[in-house]
Design a protein around this ligand. Structure first.
Ligand code: ADP
Ligand code: MG
Length: 328
């Protein structure tokens, strides 16, 4: 990298656009954001590390920029909020070229535009080792309307948006050196945060609990169950799978566990009262986004996988845990 810290910040600042709520943006010690009366401020932070969360030999810097924004916006969507602004902190290794930094930033700004977000600040530093990206995203939701993980009650349906396992399938193919179809690559490298769905579920009061699927269905659903102090039964035969995933599955049945436990789908998983079924089916049509009912909340604390025929299914994989030594 030839470009200096201040030159780079200046470059970033020139591309950052204004937002109505941004009273003071990049260039001072703090940003100043006006939270409109009647709204609550949502904030979430994520750390993305080279060779842990992404590999530069598999990932184009532009799509890394796009994904960096999308996965953070997904957390705002999962609370039912409207994304507002983003803070971008970078630890940049000297080995990264100016052109690569440029590509990364063009992906970031493309994604910011697509979610109508403004960049309100960040930090820039040289890294001795690998590329480090830390993103903080903020969003707004009407006072008290945020959907947490803690509201699921016994008898609620469990719903999921989109399809499951496509992103993990991409990773599986990359690891074994196989090519990716355009669809599978898109699902892995350019996931779309389900903002419109999250907001609609919150404003209509449809979701009793919600989260986004970053670590895999079984792991993330377990987080929701623990927060809500309930158990669940999920029917593995009802998991929504893409046509491409089904083709791969025909050749290798064990790939099914990617739909159950594979990470990075960034779909929304939520619970809803059975009386909301008709409205949710309509909402799915309105948003042109599949919504599938995959199970139900039960008493207890266990997550069970059982088909309508009464068969029990035991997944092979488990959710990714950064600190789990058995993963090594
Ligand atoms: P300080 O020394 O107070 O941390 P900096 O020189 O690091 O200030 O940053 C100056 C301004 O540039 C601040 O408003 C900061 O938020 C912004 N900034 C720095 N790095 C980035 C970045 N990577 N993306 C967006 N804004 C940034
Ligand atoms: Mg700084």
């Amino acid at each position: 990298m030839k470009i200096g810290e201040f030159e780079l910040i200046d470059k970033i600042r020139r591309q950052a656009r204004d937002g109505a709520e941004l009273l003071l943006g990049i260039g001072d010690d703090c940003s100043v954001i006006e939270v409109p009366v009647g709204y609550d401020l949502l904030t979430s932070t994520d750390l993305l590390l080279e060779d842990i969360h992404f590999r530069l030999d598999w990932t184009h810097l532009h799509s890394l920029g796009v994904k960096t924004v999308a996965v953070n916006v997904s957390d705002i969507a999962a609370m039912g909020g409207r994304p507002l602004c983003l803070y971008l902190s970078l630890g940049l290794p000297a080995s990264l070229s100016d052109e690569q930094v440029e590509q990364f930033l063009s992906g970031v700004f493309e994604s910011l535009r697509s979610y109508n977000l403004f960049l309100a600040g960040g930090d820039t530093c040289r890294s001795n080792g690998s590329l480090m990206i830390s993103v903080t995203v903020q969003g707004l939701c009407l006072k008290g309307q945020q959907v947490t993980r803690a509201g699921a009650v016994v008898g609620d349906d469990i719903w999921v948006s989109g399809t499951l396992g496509d992103s993990a399938l991409a990773l599986d193919l990359l690891q074994s050196g196989q090519p990716l179809s355009a669809f599978i690559a898109e699902r892995h490298f350019r996931p779309e945060a389900r903002v419109a769905l999250g907001q609609q579920l919150a404003t209509e009061g449809l979701a009793t609990a919600m989260l986004d699927l970053s670590d895999g269905l079984s792991g993330d659903l377990n987080h929701l169950l623990r927060s809500s102090a309930v158990g669940a039964c999920v029917d593995p035969e009802r998991l929504p799978l893409s046509a491409e995933f089904k083709v791969a599955l025909q050749e290798n049945q064990t790939l099914f566990d990617l739909a159950l436990s594979g990470g990075e789908d960034y779909e929304l998983l939520f619970t809803a009262n059975v009386q909301s079924r008709v409205r949710l089916e309509k909402l799915s049509e309105e948003l042109l986004l599949p919504l599938h009912r995959i199970g139900e909340i039960q008493s207890g604390s266990d997550l069970q996988f059982c088909t309508t025929g009464g068969r029990t299914y035991r997944p092979l994989l488990k959710a990714f845990d950064h600190f789990d030594s058995t993963d090594q």
